[in-house]
Design a protein around this ligand. Structure first.
Ligand code: SF4
Length: 189
């Protein structure tokens, strides 16, 4: 499947307006720590491919962060391969598909991991703080927390989407890339 391209210079803005919380969290952590463990590199990396970041921009994006932490040489030697791999340019040349909500919710992030679904994997306190940073108001936050308590994680994400965009999302959220494209359709009709 071909995707419309997005530009590297727009990515910070797009992360704020149109990334679902799972991707927004990893994006922020990557900027903060200049590093993401394997599970995060896969989940965020394939999402970014799905939203239309081309391979050269993806390499530039990861290189800019990782080189601050591990240096340029180590980045090229140890990490660039995985990114090319995600784009099907190395190994079996499989074109990897971005992960669905189902797959992300079923994952089991360990200590120091930032992948997974925040509605499923964050503590209540961390989730509330994250929603507040996103700009979800307190009434909507209570509705979201209610869904989380009933283990309806995708509905919790759907309510977040609706609170932030001010319109209903009747189809519900079932894929992070769908969250992104639905958001862009509303913001740039
Ligand atoms: Fe991401 Fe899906 Fe969880 Fe929303 S429900 S945060 S899109 S995994």
């Amino acid at each position: 499947k071909e995707y419309a391209e997005i530009s590297l210079k727009d990515i910070d803005q797009l992360a704020k307006t149109s990334f679902p919380l799972c991707m927004r969290h990893q994006f922020d952590k990557l900027k903060e720590d200049h590093h993401l463990k394997h599970g995060g590199r896969m989940q965020l990396g394939l999402f970014l491919k799905g939203v239309g970041l081309n391979l050269d921009d993806a390499l530039a994006f990861w290189r800019a962060e990782f080189s601050k932490k591990v240096g340029l040489e180590k980045f090229e030697k140890e990490y660039a391969y995985t990114i090319r791999h995600n784009y099907g340019k190395e190994g079996k040349r499989t074109d990897y598909t971005p992960y669905s909500c189902y797959k992300i919710i079923s994952s089991t992030p360990g200590a120091g991991d930032h992948h997974g679904c925040p509605y499923r994997h964050f503590s209540e306190e961390n989730l509330r703080a994250a929603l507040s940073r996103m700009g979800v108001n307190s009434r909507a936050t209570e509705d979201v927390m209610n869904k989380v308590r009933n283990r309806h994680y995708q509905l919790a994400c759907t309510l977040t989407f609706e609170a932030l965009h001010g319109v209903p999302c009747d189809a519900g959220i079932n894929h992070p890339n769908q969250y992104f494209s639905d958001s862009q359709k509303i913001l740039h009709p």
